[in-house]
Design a protein around this ligand. Structure first.
Ligand SMILES: Cc1cc2nc3c(=O)[nH]c(=O)nc-3n(C[C@H](O)[C@H](O)[C@H](O)COP(=O)(O)OP(=O)(O)OC[C@H]3O[C@@H](n4cnc5c(N)ncnc54)[C@H](O)[C@@H]3O)c2cc1C
Length: 443
């Protein structure tokens, strides 16, 4: 008999889960708001249709690219027009030294000339190649691993800005296994992190010209639009689920309607509110708050270099601005000769200042930071503020094992998927939704 499956949450995780089961189960997807996509959204700024949050996804983790291809969107997949990026340090924008992986320099001798690391810091990083540490055996924080292997300077000046740009976290409290699996695998394989990463790259035989990111035209939200069209009537917007209880006939009663299985694709605090005996670990997951300010500016007002995807700002600067993306330099399809798009990010673990600022004050402060860091006047045509309170899960050391153990406490016909558990990036969310959906129906 066809199983009835309820999917709660219509972000990309829930949509991917529904897509996975569309032909094998009788699926209903319930989304609380009037709009699908959750944290992935697109809206007009100065008449340009622009992504609000996510504007790209990793190409190396294949699940988003694969889904786009399944949906017939391969012709709309695009790669960045530029490869390099900057870090703001010592009053100037400085190119991120290459080659590097997640901020770990693969040629430490070369980084002393970057203006980002002192001679002493570069020499300390080079000691990693002597392999004084043992290969690691268990998860720890990214900070403790990098400080031990390459020193404090590499962590604070290179790794922290790059990773903060991804999940707005504090590297001294983030799990290396859950947040940076590539670094974890390298540290487990070799007493030298640099050597471990070099070996990974050599064995992957990756095309050196392959792009790290993909996006879609006009934006990542295209995935949401097409999934919504293709899923059709199984998707119910404006349907906030309030209760999930055991049904006396077997299975689950979701706001009074009976289902054989339920997949919760909502943030962990929502899942905790819906499940009677939610594992305590789900309630302990912490989140950071961020905001994205999308500025459409007059390109002729800009006097600085724009030959990269943008820049990151070090935590120690104390600035509100954490990163800026020069979207019109990064993506050929964003903006035009009259409209240059800059996306500015604020907020990270331990910095909630933006939350108490009204939009006008936030815009003024962030514009001030942009003018200062880019050393240019900026003539703003239009600006949009998108706020994401408690949005980005902060995986602490031990996260992967704790999630596996918490999942084993759930009844077999209840699953959880999405950014609170299995990775915040879009490919990871898509994989989580599809995998957990399949697991529920394979019982
Ligand atoms: C500012 C920002 C920028 C980002 N940039 C990138 C990027 O460039 N690349 C990348 O890969 N990732 C990026 N991410 C991460 C990525 O966007 C998210 O991790 C991902 O979209 C989360 O998807 P999700 O479906 O798991 O959760 P969500 O998007 O949070 O979806 C959950 C859904 O559940 C719904 N819901 C909640 N409660 C209920 C209920 N009771 N009943 C029914 N529905 C409910 C919500 O309305 C929501 O639609 C970014 C995130 C942010 C915040």
């Amino acid at each position: 008999m066809t199983q009835r499956v309820a999917i709660v949450g219509g972000g990309l995780t829930g949509l991917a889960a529904a897509w996975e089961l569309r032909e094998e189960a009788d699926v209903s997807l319930f989304e609380a708001s009037a709009r699908l996509g959750g944290k992935v959204a697109m809206s007009l700024v100065d008449s340009l249709m622009l992504d609000e949050g996510a504007d790209a996804f990793l190409a190396r983790v294949p699940f988003a690219t694969q889904l786009a291809t399944e949906l017939g969107l391969s012709d709309d997949l695009v790669s960045p027009a530029v490869r390099n990026a900057y870090i703001h340090a010592g009053g100037a924008l400085r190119p991120i030294p290459s080659p590097q992986v997640l901020g770990v320099p693969l040629e430490p001798a070369a980084i002393a000339s970057s203006g980002l690391i002192s001679e002493r810091g570069a020499a300390r990083a080079a000691r990693d190649l002597e392999g004084h540490d043992a290969p690691i055996e268990r998860d720890e924080s990214i900070g403790s691993l990098i400080r031990r292997r390459l020193g404090d300077e590499v962590l604070e000046s290179l790794v922290d800005p790059l990773l903060s740009g991804i999940n707005a976290g504090d590297v001294d409290r983030l799990s290396v296994a859950a947040c940076t699996p590539q670094l974890y695998a390298a540290a487990r394989a070799d007493a030298s992190l640099i050597r471990g990463i070099r070996a990974q790259l050599a064995s992957a035989a990756r095309d050196p010209d392959a792009h790290i990111f993909h996006s879609l035209v006009p934006g990542v939200s295209r995935l949401v639009e097409v999934l919504a069209e293709r899923l059709g009537g199984i998707v119910h917007t404006g349907s906030r689920i309030e209760s999930i209880d055991q049904d006396p006939r077997g299975g689950w009663s979701v706001d009074g309607e009976r289902f054989d299985a339920v997949l919760l694709c909502v943030p962990a605090p929502v899942a905790v509110g819906l499940l009677r005996d939610a594992p305590t670990m789900f309630g302990a997951i912490e989140f950071s708050s961020v905001a994205m300010l999308t500025f459409v500016v007059n390109p002729s007002s800009l006097t600085c270099t724009l030959d990269g995807s943008g820049f990151l700002v070090q935590r120690r600067s104390g600035r509100l601005l954490t990163a800026a993306s020069w979207s019109s330099a990064k993506w050929a399809h964003v903006g035009d000769e009259r409209r240059f798009v800059i996306r500015a990010s604020v907020g990270r673990d331990g910095d909630l200042r933006h939350r108490s600022m009204e939009d006008a004050a936030l815009i003024k402060a962030v514009l001030g930071d942009l003018v200062d860091t880019m050393s240019t006047p900026i003539d703003v045509r239009d600006v949009r503020v998108s706020r994401y309170p408690d949005a980005l899960a902060q995986y602490r050391p031990g996260h992967i094992d704790a999630i596996a153990s918490a999942r084993s406490e759930l009844p077999h016909s209840i699953g959880v998927a999405g950014a609170s558990y299995d990775g915040v990036g879009i490919p990871a969310c898509i994989d989580s939704g599809r995998r957990e959906a399949r697991a529920l129906t394979e019982l």
